[in-house]
Design a protein around this ligand. Structure first.
Ligand code: BES
Ligand code: MN
Ligand code: ZN
Length: 493
């Protein structure tokens, strides 16, 4: 989907669909009055008949509205003014996008940003409307043909021109591409999206951008340097593991980079501690942390951010096998610390222990954020609305929370107090990979923290936010929006 601007009056604009937002309990603004006049009082009549869609995300598609040059008029309810914050705005814009996608419109003109949203300026509204429409335009097609009689995708959406609108839309296109990359990878089936596939995707993206480079560590190289914890998880799989490093050099040579580290378990059976059969297919999404890192780096490269950014992906498949690692095993990690395996299904922390330590030692980042579909407990705690943020660094927590709010891709902080550390103690190793029932997301982060010592580090658990279960089931592309926003916030440092 491409975004453009126009100075043409909305009522005279020839397009396939004109998208208009309606705020509940509010008199018509200038825009709506102009449309109402052009249509000979269509909006007034709908209001009298109580047929205007006003609740958040409600829509009404009108064909061939007389007096307008557009083929369709899509009215979109934005809810009550006092409840119309950024999140409600994005929700309404996404549901408008769904209706647009199901219509025959190949292009559209979007007036959603004309509605007032508390604390949000015009360029924010344009950007988020663009992202929402792009989000809803996506239909999975990698392994299933889109039906021949399906409605067409929307190729271009225009917005009214204004201060910085064109720049805002260029930014939207870059970020939308990163989000789309994340969703494509997340949705891809595990027989296609293997560790090698993730590595090849990173290589392909790097080849498209001059200042983006890639380095891939294969099994023997990881063995040589002692990444035994990452390798332990992968050793039961016929698909060999990879450590992928994408480097964006947009800053000065000696500027310390910001680092993102992603969990890339391309399929999580649980290993010897095998998962129940029901819903196991969902564990193809266990590489969404990795996908968000790759997507964020792609967006950063398109945005040409003037900073250095490193994206590190630990890519493995977790399978039960004669060679698989087992409960009771004690693994010596890259850092030298030992981990006793109590459950092979707690594999994310095993691979991240090595990836985080390696990133700290080799890349010496100014700050490091890892992103992982790490614990079912995070879904229990926060559901699907917020990613879990855990860090001992209050400033970094504040940065990520603020970035999430700004990007309409929210996180919520859980404590990472040392009090929880005792839950992962064991007589047989420096720690065990299981913390018991209480605070499962936090004890997982406690293990990671032991490999991030001395780093400005935060962990984001996206088990609930990375994908949506129904209608249609799909990767959400989160938290690419939050991550890119956070990185952009450091572009002026
Ligand atoms: N990939 C899962 C976490 C997960 C579960 C993500 C459900 C999304 C939805 C992770 O590897 C896992 O299996 N975690 C275990 C940890 C437990 C064994 C300590 C879990 O959450 O049950
Ligand atoms: Mn697992
Ligand atoms: Zn997992």
């Amino acid at each position: 989907m491409q975004f453009t601007t126009t100075r043409e009056q909305a009522s005279k604009l020839e397009c396939d669909c004109l998208i208009v937002g309606l705020v509940q309990d509010q008199p018509m603004d200038e825009n709506l009055k102009a449309l109402d006049e052009a249509t000979g009082g269509l909006l007034e009549r709908l209001q009298t008949d109580k047929e205007l869609p006003l609740k958040t995300g409600k829509t009404l598609m009108l064909h061939a509205p007389s007096g307008l040059a557009t083929a369709r008029l899509l009215l979109v309810g934005m809810g009550k003014a006092e409840k119309l914050d950024g999140i409600a705005y994005v929700k309404a814009a996404q549901s408008a996008g769904k209706v647009l996608r199901q219509s025959g419109a190949k292009n559209a003109h979007c007036l959603l940003a004309e509605v007032p949203v508390s604390d949000r300026n015009p360029t924010w509204k344009v950007h988020q409307a663009a992202l929402a429409l792009a989000h809803s335009d996506y239909i999975y097609s990698a392994t299933k043909k889109v039906a021949d009689d399906a409605a067409p995708a929307t190729d271009t959406v225009s917005f009214p021109d204004g201060d910085n609108v064109e720049q805002a839309l260029a930014r939207s296109e870059a970020i939308a591409a990163g989000i789309q990359r994340c969703r494509d990878l997340g949705d891809a089936p595990p027989n296609i999206c293997t560790p090698i596939y993730l590595a090849e995707t990173a290589e392909k993206i790097a080849a498209e951008h001059a200042d983006l480079s890639v380095e891939i560590l294969e099994e023997n190289q990881m063995k040589e340097i002692g990444m035994h914890s990452l390798l332990a998880v992968g050793q039961g799989s016929a698909n060999p593991p990879r450590l992928i490093r994408l480097s964006w050099k947009g800053g000065k040579d000696d500027d310390a980079p910001l680092a993102l580290v992603g969990k890339g378990v391309t399929f999580d059976t649980g290993g010897i501690s095998i998962k129940p059969r029901d819903l196991m297919e969902q564990m193809k999404f266990d590489m969404c942390g990795a996908a968000s890192v790759i997507g964020a780096l792609e967006a950063v490269a398109r945005l040409k951010l003037p900073i250095n950014v490193e994206g590190v992906v630990a890519a493995v498949e977790n399978m039960p096998d004669g060679k698989a690692y087992r409960p009771g095993d004690v693994i010596t990690t890259l850092s030298g610390k030992t981990i006793e395996v109590h459950n092979t299904d707690a594999e994310g922390r095993m691979i991240l222990a090595d990836a985080i330590y390696w990133t700290g030692r080799e890349l010496k980042p100014a700050a490091m954020v890892d992103i992982a579909t790490l614990t079912g407990a995070c879904v229990v705690a926060l559901g699907h609305h917020a990613s879990g943020i855990m860090t001992q660094n209050d400033d970094l927590a504040g940065e990520l929370l603020a970035a999430g709010l700004e990007a309409a891709d929210r996180g919520w902080r859980l404590p990472l107090w040392d009090d929880y550390q005792e839950q992962i103690e064991t007589p047989f190793a420096d720690m065990k990979n299981l913390g018991g029932m209480p605070a499962g997301s936090i004890t997982a982060a406690c293990l990671l923290a032991r490999f991030a010592e001395g780093q400005r580090w935060a962990h984001i658990d996206i088990a609930g936010s990375a994908w949506r279960w129904g209608k249609p089931e799909s990767a959400t592309g989160r938290p690419v929006g939050m991550l890119v926003q956070w990185l952009e916030g450091h572009a002026g440092d």
